[in-house]
Ligand binder design. Structure first.
Ligand SMILES: [Zn+2]
Length: 146
């Protein structure tokens, strides 16, 4: 009931500004009112169903607790698996990481890179660092012995 009343207020506001125009006849106004009433009643129906879609989370392509495996991270939009999701999200779905997280209500801690892939990268970096350290250390040793 209160909804209809607020729509009536809205309609009368629109009609008032419309009626202020010099090129409008009383018939035009009557027509406008009935049109607006129709528009608003369809809009109410559409608005209600839209609101329902918005409040429901988009159903992920697979359960979120299955979206991350050791070697792949699965896209919840389409169910494809990747080592890194970021690029796919941008190219295929036009989403950035935070939009994707918001869409499926994902926690910040949820990885978007396969654990094995980031492990390998970390291990590789560590190896490089260690290798450098060893080389420098042995060079220094040689310097000392000379
Ligand atoms: Zn996808």
């Amino acid at each position: 009931m209160s909804n209809n009343k607020s729509h009536d207020t809205m309609i009368s506001r629109i009609v008032a500004s419309y009626a202020a125009r010099t090129d409008v006849t009383p018939n035009d106004i009557v027509e406008l009112i009935s049109k607006l009433r129709q528009e608003f009643s369809t809009e109410i129906a559409v608005g209600a169903s839209e609101a329902k879609i918005n409040t429901d989370k988009i159903k992920p392509a697979l359960p979120i607790d299955q979206a991350v495996t050791q070697d792949q991270v699965f896209c919840l939009c389409c169910g494809k698996g990747f080592k890194m999701l970021k690029r796919h999200l941008g190219v295929e779905h036009g989403l950035n990481e935070s939009e994707y997280r918001k869409l499926f209500d994902l926690p910040e801690t949820m990885p978007l890179v396969a654990p094995s892939y980031s492990d390998k990268k970390a291990a590789h970096a560590k190896q490089l660092g260690l290798g450098k350290y060893h080389r420098e250390a042995s060079n220094r040793d040689e310097a000392y012995t000379e």
